[in-house]
Design a protein around this ligand. Structure first.
Ligand code: 1HE
Length: 261
């Protein structure tokens, strides 16, 4: 039996941790041990890196829940298993550093849920998304009813679950579920570039973006605006912000550029 480090390969490249789901013979289907391996790799990345990328070895990002294990689970074990996915994926979504998912091939069921817990999704032309839970007689259990529903809207998610249809990377981009569509074979490279860029941000701002935004989205406008003022003021008081603001005013910092044509 392989150990956790075989299931998720880990590489630290500069300030970016690269996490490779590594069960290509089973299309990176997520077993119980695989969830633990993801949680361990995320915890290590959080300690060692300033941004992370998650990708899949082989042709597919991730085929979701390991259906062979799931079919044998007693009820309470299934509940606890789902809760374990929640805590592992929450350590990505509301952790300390931002993550990109680099998607090729299938991002299906729990694979889409994993991608939805990252902060930016880069998908190759040819990648596809599906929620075949209806066909399998099960339900999303890795946080999708919250994260995917918020990302693309409950109507589109319901459509995907009810029809089981596959959605292309370009359509998913139109739906807001993917931020960048890239040429086949380029998702990892682009994901690493984006992560390296995020790693240069002030650490506190990255932390505030990934922790404050989803919480503020859960608040009333009034509460959200108040929380925003608190976070904004705290960010400004960090030494890093003071230095970066001074750098700009003294013409040492890069200007914002117009987008490439
Ligand atoms: C698996 C799994 C899996 C592949 N659990 N073993 N997820 C699904 O319903 C997706 C099911 N998988 C597929 O539809 C296809 O495998 C793929 C489209 C992802 C890839 O197709 P392909 O042709 O490249 O691979 P394959 O030949 O179908 O699969 C290769 C092997 O991986 C094969 O095992 P083998 O022993 O016959 O070689 C497959 O059985 C195995 N495999 N996917 C177990 N998912 C927290 S709740 C989340 C709820 C869900 O995630 S529901 C969605 C589940």
């Amino acid at each position: 039996m392989s150990d956790a480090s075989d299931l998720v390969r880990y590489e630290l490249r500069g300030e970016v941790a690269i996490l490779g789901l590594n069960r290509p013979d089973k299309r990176n289907a997520i077993s119980d041990r695989f969830v633990e391996a993801i949680a361990e790799a995320v915890a290590r990345a959080t300690r060692e890196a300033r941004a992370g990328v998650i990708h899949g070895h082989g042709k597919h990002f991730c085929a979701g829940l390991d259906l062979s294990e799931h079919s044998q689970k007693p009820l309470f074990e299934a509940v606890l298993g789902s809760r374990r996915w929640h805590s592992a994926f929450d350590s990505i979504e509301r952790g300390r550093i931002p993550f990109v998912s680099a998607i090729s091939g299938a991002a299906v069921g729990g694979g889409f849920e994993l991608a939805a817990s990252t902060h930016i999704r880069v998908a190759e032309d040819g990648a596809f998304f599906a929620l075949p839970e209806g066909q399998r007689g099960i339900f999303v259990g890795g946080g999708g009813s919250v994260r995917i529903a918020r990302l693309i809207g409950p109507a589109r998610m319901g459509d995907m679950m009810l029809t089981g249809r596959s959605v292309s990377a370009t359509e998913m981009e139109r739906w807001g579920g993917v931020s960048y569509v890239v040429e086949p074979g380029k998702a990892l490279e682009r994901g690493i570039e984006i992560a390296a860029r995020m790693a240069q941000n002030a650490e506190f701002t990255n932390y505030a973006v990934i922790n404050a935004l989803p919480r503020i989205a859960d608040m009333s406008s009034e509460d959200g605006l108040f929380a925003e003022s608190m976070v904004a003021s705290l960010a400004t008081m960090t030494p890093e912000a003071q230095e970066r603001l001074r750098d700009f005013l003294e013409k040492r910092a890069e200007k914002v550029k117009a987008p490439d044509a």
